[in-house]
Ligand binder design. Structure first.
Ligand SMILES: Cc1ncc(COP(=O)(O)O)c(C=O)c1O
Length: 353
């Protein structure tokens, strides 16, 4: 006889990250192929050596404040609009706790980042899925009519994972105004690679917030730092609900150093933009326009699982998107790599198709 668990957890699926295969090129998790700024590494090592971050002591509030101040400078928002967490994942975990309880609903246009669905289910809420159009854009009319009086969150990744497209400022404004009792979550994990940001919508609407991360453009996925730009009324509540010390001392120091190295950010973004163009132009298949650090391609009539296996045999790990709800079985997502890695990808596809 086992202790009964909450019924809502029975059909949960484990989050499956992009695969890591020793010796193969990893283009499955949209990381920065340049790694973090070398200044980040120096800063971490020196801070530990000098005792500036004593590892036996809990992270200092002062350091957290400094990071929020640095992020405020980077985003052009105020420190009181910034909250931090262990990656966007960690920030989302806290946000879902704030808005979702039994029977609350969340709208999720699919395909998209699968964690939204899991977190809503874990909290006991009900995800309502909305199928994107064939170009993966969202019908604002469909979205509004999917909302009910129980809707508390809408998840809009922009650029979206795995499709790479963005939502427009006008669309966000229209959505936010049509659902004043739901929080519109704009996930800008990939915004550094995009043409524009939707941050201004946080100033315009009390029910819009923007998520950001240090995992992509800043190359710090292993340290788990993310933040959200939220309306001020939400910031104090967030702190009450969030676990204390979610961002560790080393991650705080690293994120601050990463924000200061503007040249490394510029180099990382430029590499992605060049590589994205190269892959889009040279993969002889349907490649969807992307504003992120990956491209999505349709390998139909082949199956994405077969193409995934064939690429793996050639030493390249990509993302088979059939695990994304609503993505079908012919989409492959490839993170933009270094020039050499992108060349390897194109060569592999040339030999396959
Ligand atoms: C849209 C989106 N949001 C968030 C994340 C996770 O970000 P973090 O590493 O900050 O938790 C990912 C990771 O792939 C993503 O694709």
């Amino acid at each position: 006889m086992r202790v009964p668990i909450r019924p809502a957890l029975k059909e949960l699926k484990e989050y499956k990250p992009g695969k890591f295969v020793k010796g193969a090129i990893k283009l499955s998790s949209n990381e920065n192929p340049l790694g973090p700024s070398p200044k980040v590494l120096t800063e971490i090592l020196e801070s530990i050596k000098d005792g500036e971050i004593p590892l036996s002591v809990y992270p200092w509030e002062r350091n957290e404040e400094e990071l929020r101040e640095e992020i405020a400078g980077y985003t052009g928002m105020e420190k009181d609009n910034i909250v931090i967490g262990a990656g966007v994942d960690g920030v989302l975990d806290t946000l879902v706790k704030i808005f979702i309880a039994d029977s609350a609903e969340a709208i999720i246009p699919v395909p998209t980042f699968s964690l939204y669905e899991s977190l809503v289910k874990i909290a006991g809420g009900k995800p309502r899925y909305l199928t994107r159009k064939s170009d993966f854009s969202i019908s604002v009319a469909d979205l509004s009519s999917a909302c009910t009086e129980k809707t508390r969150m809408l998840f809009l990744a922009s650029p979206n994972n795995p499709t790479g497209n963005c939502i427009s400022e006008d669309e966000v404004r229209e959505i936010a105004q049509s659902v004043p009792e739901a929080m519109v979550i704009i996930d800008e994990a990939y915004v550094e690679f995009a043409d524009s940001s939707l941050l201004k919508q946080v100033e315009e609407n009390e029910n819009v917030l923007v998520l950001r991360t240090f995992s992509k453009a800043f190359g710090l996925a292993g340290l788990r730092v993310g933040y959200a730009v939220v309306p001020k009324w939400l910031a104090s509540l967030y702190k009450k609900v969030s676990m204390p010390f979610t961002v560790n001392s080393i991650a705080i120091i690293a994120a601050m150093a990463a924000l200061k190295d503007k040249e490394h950010i510029r180099k990382s973004v430029e590499l992605v933009k060049h590589g994205r163009k190269f892959l889009t132009e040279n993969l002889q298949l349907k490649v969807y326009p992307s504003q992120a650090n990956f491209v999505l391609l349709d390998v139909a009539p082949a199956k994405s699982s077969d193409v995934y296996d064939a690429l793996l045999k050639r030493g390249i790990v990509v993302r088979n998107c059939s695990s994304f709800r609503g993505a079908g079985d012919s989409l492959i997502r490839i993170s933009v790599g270094t020039r050499e890695q992108n060349d390897r990808v194109v060569e592999a596809f040339d030999s396959l198709f």
